[in-house]
Design a protein around this ligand. Structure first.
Ligand SMILES: Cc1ncc(COP(=O)(O)O)c(C=O)c1O
Length: 476
C-alpha cells in the first residue's frame, strides 16, 4: 500500500536538503538580529495586505521560499531594538530542543509517551521549587502558558480550600478570589471560567505605584464576606503586566494565613528573579505561597510556550482534576510520571528540555545574569527619562517594564494622549524599534519591556531621540 505522496512527505533525503537550506537562513537571521545589523525589528504590513499575500502565496508562491517570507513578515525578538511584548528572544540552543520535541512528538500525557522528558521535567521542577525556598513536600509540573497555569492554580485552590465538592456537584456557595486591580487579565478570565462571576473577583485597588494597596485588603475581604461570598484564594502579582509592579508578597502571605485562604503568586513575568542575587528581594514572601507560576518564555530565554506551576505541597498538584471528593484525596500517590492527570492539557510539548538544556549548558547563572542585566538596564533607562525634559515616567519601576510618555506643557491631557498614540503608530510603521503602549487611568503611555539581552542604553537613548523628533514634527 505504498503511497507516493506520503513517501515524499517523509523522504529523509528531502528533509536533509530542507535542513541544510534553513541552516544558513537561521544563522543569518540570528547574526543580523543579535548584532543589530538589520535596520528594522519588523516590517509592518497592514493585516489585509498580509492576508492577501498568503492567500496568493498558497496558489503561486515558490515552496522553498516560504520560510524566508515568514522571516520578512514577522517581528524579530532577537533584535536589540525589540523592546515590546513580554516574550523572550530564545537562547539559540532551545531552538534545537523545540525542534527535537517536534520531531519526536511524544505527547507527554502518560509516562511511556515521554519517558526522558517526564523525568527531565521533574528534575527542573524540583530545582525551581528549591529556588523558591520550598522545603520537603514540594512538587509541580510544566504546562502551556501562564494563562493556563494561573487557571490551574485557582482550580487547585478551590479543590483544596472549599469543603463542598464543586468538581463533581457544581457550585453551591458564592465563591471569590482576591486580586489587585492591576493583575493580568487572565486571572479575571480564570475566575469567570470557574463560574465565580464578576462578584467573585474581589479587586483590590492599587496604590500610585500600581502595586496592590495592602491597607485595602481587610476592607475588601469584609465587604465580600458581608455579601455572602466565601473567599478561598488571593493572588499576588510578581509583577503585574502593565507597569511591572511587584505586590508585597510577604504582606499578602500574612493576610492569607490569617484568613486561612490559598495564596497564589502569578510570577509569569518576574518569578524568574528567584535566580537573581540582586533582585530576589522583590519576591520576599514567595516561599509562603501555596502555588507559584513562572513562564520560561518570558524572562528565562525559552521559546513559547512553557510555564512552571509549582506547589508548596505536591499533593495539591495531584488533586486538581481528580474525580475524587476532597476528603478522599489525602492518601493519593504522587503520580508525577503521568503528566496528563495533573495538567489541564492532555497533550503537551516536551517542554522540560528547554529548561534542562539551559541549566546543563550554562547553569543557573545564565538566569541570574539575564534577569539582573535587564532589571539594571531598566533602572538606567529610568534615569535617562528622569533627566529628559520631554519625557515623563508613569511610575518608578521595579522590574524591566518601563511606561513613559512624551510631554509638553503646551498641550492638554487629551492632546498628549492622542499624540503618544500617534507616536506609537508611527514607530510601528517605521519598524526600526518595536514597543507597545498602555493606558493607565486616563493616560496613554508608551511601554517597553526590556526582554532582549543585547539592548544597550545607547539604543534606548536613540529611541528617545527618535520619539522626540517625531513629536516635534507632529506638533509643528
Ligand atoms: C503577570 C502575567 N501573568 C500571566 C500572563 C499570561 O501568560 P501567558 O502569555 O504565558 O499565557 C502574563 C503575560 O504577559 C503576565 O504578564
Amino acid at each position: 500500500m505504498k503511497n507516493q505522496l506520503l513517501e515524499k512527505a517523509f523522504d529523509v533525503r528531502l528533509f536533509e536538503k530542507h535542513l541544510l537550506q534553513i541552516i544558513p537562513i537561521l544563522k543569518k537571521h540570528l547574526f543580523n538580529t543579535t548584532k543589530g545589523k538589520n535596520d528594522f525589528t519588523l516590517n509592518y504590513t497592514q493585516p489585509l495586505d498580509q492576508l492577501n499575500f498568503w492567500e496568493d502565496y498558497l496558489e503561486h508562491g515558490v515552496p522553498e521560499e516560504m520560510l524566508d517570507e515568514v522571516f520578512k513578515r514577522t517581528t524579530h525578538t532577537h533584535h536589540p531594538k525589540y523592546v515590546g511584548h513580554q516574550v523572550s528572544a530564545p537562547a539559540p540552543i532551545t531552538i534545537l530542543t523545540a525542534m527535537v520535541s517536534s520531531l519526536l512528538n511524544n505527547g507527554m500525557a502518560v509516562y511511556e509517551m515521554g519517558m526522558a522528558p517526564t523525568a527531565i521535567e521533574k528534575v527542573v521542577v524540583d530545582i525551581l521549587c528549591k529556588k523558591i525556598g520550598y522545603s520537603d513536600n514540594f512538587g509541580g509540573f510544566l504546562t502551556s502558558g501562564g494563562t493556563l497555569a494561573n487557571l490551574t492554580a485557582l482550580l487547585s485552590a478551590r479543590k483544596a480550600m472549599v469543603k463542598h465538592d464543586v468538581w463533581n456537584h457544581g457550585h453551591q456557595d458564592s465563591l471569590g478570589v482576591m486580586v489587585c486591580e492591576q493583575a493580568h487579565y487572565c486571572i479575571d478570565r480564570a475566575a469567570k471560567i470557574m463560574g465565580l462571576g464578576q462578584k467573585g473577583i474581589i479587586k483590590i485597588p492599587a496604590r500610585n505605584t500600581f502595586a496592590m494597596d495592602i491597607a485595602q485588603l481587610e476592607y475588601g475581604y469584609q465587604e465580600a464576606v458581608q455579601k455572602g461570598i466565601h473567599i478561598f484564594a488571593i493572588v499576588g502579582s510578581a509583577p503585574s503586566t502593565a507597569t511591572g509592579a511587584y505586590d508585597d508578597l510577604e504582606a499578602i502571605a500574612n493576610f492569607a494565613r490569617n484568613k486561612n485562604i490559598w495564596f497564589h503568586v502569578d510570577g509569569a513575568h518576574g518569578g524568574a528573579a528567584i535566580f537573581s542575587d540582586k533582585y530576589r528581594f522583590l519576591l520576599n514572601g514567595i516561599a509562603k505561597a501555596d502555588s507559584v507560576v513562572i513562564d520560561g518564555h518570558k524572562m528565562m530565554l525559552m521559546p513559547t510556550i512553557t510555564t512552571a506551576l509549582l506547589f508548596k505541597d505536591k499533593k495539591r498538584a495531584q488533586q486538581t482534576f481528580s474525580q475524587k471528593a476532597d476528603y478522599l484525596l489525602d492518601d493519593m500517590e504522587d503520580d508525577w510520571i503521568n503528566s496528563g492527570k495533573r495538567t489541564f492539557e492532555c497533550t503537551k510539548t516536551m517542554m522540560g528540555m528547554h529548561w534542562f538544556i539551559l541549566l546543563k549548558f550554562y547553569g543557573e547563572k545564565l538566569f541570574d545574569d539575564f534577569v539582573t542585566r535587564q532589571y539594571d538596564l531598566a533602572r538606567a533607562f529610568q534615569k535617562l527619562l528622569e533627566n529628559h525634559p520631554q519625557f515623563e515616567l508613569a511610575t518608578p519601576l521595579m522590574a524591566n517594564i518601563v511606561c513613559f510618555r512624551w510631554v509638553n506643557g503646551n498641550f492638554d491631557q487629551e492632546e498628549l494622549n492622542r499624540l503618544n498614540q500617534t507616536i506609537r503608530q508611527h514607530l510601528l510603521e517605521d519598524g526600526e524599534y518595536y514597543l507597545v503602549q498602555t493606558k493607565l487611568g486616563d493616560t496613554n503611555y508608551l511601554r517597553t519591556s526590556l526582554m532582549n539581552p543585547f539592548t544597550e542604553l545607547s539604543h534606548l537613548e536613540h529611541l528617545l531621540g527618535k520619539i522626540d523628533a517625531m513629536a516635534v514634527k507632529l506638533t509643528n
